[in-house]
Structures are given as C-alpha cells and as structure tokens.
Design a binder for this molecule. Structure first.
Ligand code: GDP
Ligand code: MG
Length: 264
C-alpha cells in the first residue's frame, strides 16, 4: 500500500527524506528535481535547507537554516574558518530543532514528504553531534529515510566507488535508518557497472586489481562486510538534470518508509 494505506495513518505522514552525499554529488540539484516532480504529481512536499553557506538555491525552501543563523556572522563572532562556521551554524540550529519538529507536526496531515538538503561537505552533517540530533529528532517523530547521493561518473573509478560505499555503509549502521542509494548523473554515465559490482564482488575485485592503492587482502575482507550492507539497502539510478529515474526513486522511498514502519 502507498502512503496513507496503513492503519496507523497518522504516523505515516509525512515521510522525511534526508539527502546526504559527497560535495558536488548533486544533492541540491536532485532536491530541485524532486520538488518539481512533487508539484507536477500533486504530491504535497516541504523542502528544508540545512546548508547555512549556500549562496543561492534553485528551489524555494519552506524552512531555511539561513533564516535563523547567519553563517558569516557566526564565523566572525566565534573566530572560525568556513568549515567551523558551517558546523557551528548547524549546531546552533540543532538546539532549536524541537521547534522545527512541532512546526512540521502541525502540518503533518497536509504533507506527504519533507525533503531535507544538507551541507555540501558530507561529514558536517553525518559525523557531527548536531547531525545526529537532527536525524534522531526526525526519526522519533516521522518515518525517516536517508538518501545517499552518488556521483556516478566519478564512481566509475573503483576506489572512488568503494569510498562512497564505505561512507554510505557507515551512515547506514550509524543511523540505523533505511537507506536509498541514488546513483545520480546517469545522463553522463549509466549506473549498470555499479549494480554489477554490488551483485558480484569478484567483478569488482577484477576492476580494482589494477589499482595498487587497495591491497587485495583488504579488498577481500571488505567483501564480507559490504555484501551484508548491499543486502540492506535499495539502489536507483537518477538524473537530477534530465529527471530520469525519479519515479523509481519515490518507489524506493515508499518501500523504505514501509520498512521503517515495520521496524520502529
Ligand atoms: P551538492 O554539493 O551535492 O549539493 O551538488 P549540486 O547540486 O550543487 O551539484 C554539483 C554539480 O553537479 C553542479 O554543477 C550540477 O549542475 C551538477 N549536477 C547535479 N546533478 C546532475 C545530473 O544529474 N547530471 C549532470 N550532468 N550534472 C549534475
Ligand atoms: Mg548542495
């Protein structure tokens, strides 16, 4: 059943989609695409921007961290560099996150999804206390799914691919939330190779054997861990630019939200 088909209807709405991924993977562009899709499909969505340092956004954010914290002033006030300024801004916003949650709760029955954009540098959200606080605040109130955006053309390099998978794996086990891998930029490179590598570790090993920066023993040990990880997620290919795969993306989100409802 889709959204609203469950007996505990209240808890089903809205589904929170936290979008993470390496800088430049296309999080913001993908969010813009998803927002356009929801508007055209009569899906009721909210967008939240948690990147305090973004100059301009291609979408109109319903909740924007920049309305609450001025990142440049935080940098001056606390004598910080850009990364420290971003991190401190997210920390300041996290201290008021209960207000954000109750704001969304009041509108819960008018919303299907809340799309959440995160700072360009991934570790600011995924490995910080405030990122954990924000994620837990969402997941204790609404069904919550993490989307890990992968730059597909760059991941044709097997070392980059494995770096992404290990990062995503860490996020899966840290958050314990359903995870959707979104292989983005399929207009530039299709993600078939990635599916092949995830299905058949020997194919991946063959690809990486030419790269001496990974020792074969490490790669072999990883294969055992990473196989378990692959079994615990959903993957889709998307193009934020062309819009390809957006329907499959929402199907994967639906299935993940179902999984969330069964697990929590
Ligand atoms: P973020 O740092 O993860 O938020 O990444 P952005 O959304 O700012 O995108 C980084 C760059 O990748 C920009 O130049 C985008 O135009 C480009 N980009 C994003 N998605 C796609 C896509 O699906 N296809 C192509 N060809 N480029 C994309
Ligand atoms: Mg961005």
């Amino acid at each position: 059943s889709g959204i609203g088909g469950s007996s505990n209807n209240f808890r089903r709405k809205p589904v929170i989609i936290i979008v993470v991924g390496m800088a430049g993977s296309g999080k913001t562009t993908l969010l813009h695409r998803l927002v356009n899709y929801t508007v055209l499909s009569n899906i009721r969505g909210y967008v939240m921007n948690l990147d305090p340092a973004v100059m301009t956004l291609p979408y109109g954010a319903n909740i924007d961290i920049r309305d609450t914290v001025r990142y440049k002033e935080v940098m001056k006030q606390f004598n910080l560099g850009p990364n420290g300024g971003i991190l401190t801004s997210v920390n300041l916003f996290a201290t008021k996150f209960d207000e954000v949650i109750s704001f969304i709760e009041k509108r819960a029955d008018q919303l299907d999804y809340v799309l959440v954009d995160t700072p360009g540098q991934i570790e600011i959200f995924t490995w910080s206390a405030s990122g954990a606080i924000i994620t837990e605040a969402f997941a204790s109130t609404f069904p919550t799914v993490v989307t890990y955006v992968v730059d597909t053309p760059r991941s044709e390099n097997p070392t980059t691919f494995m770096s992404n998978m290990l990062y995503a794996c860490g996020i899966l086990y840290k958050t314990r939330l359903p995870l959707v891998l979104a292989f983005n930029k399929t207009d530039v490179a299709q993600h078939h190779f990635a599916l092949e590598w995830m299905k058949d570790f020997e194919a991946f090993q063959a690809a990486i054997s030419s790269d001496h920066s990974y020792t074969s023993t490490l790669t072999h040990s990883l294969s055992l861990v990473i196989d378990e990880f692959y079994n615990n997620l959903r993957s889709v290919g998307v193009s934020a630019v062309s819009g390809a795969g957006v329907e499959s993306f929402f199907k994967a989100i639906e299935a993940s939200a179902e999984e969330f409802m069964e697990t929590y």
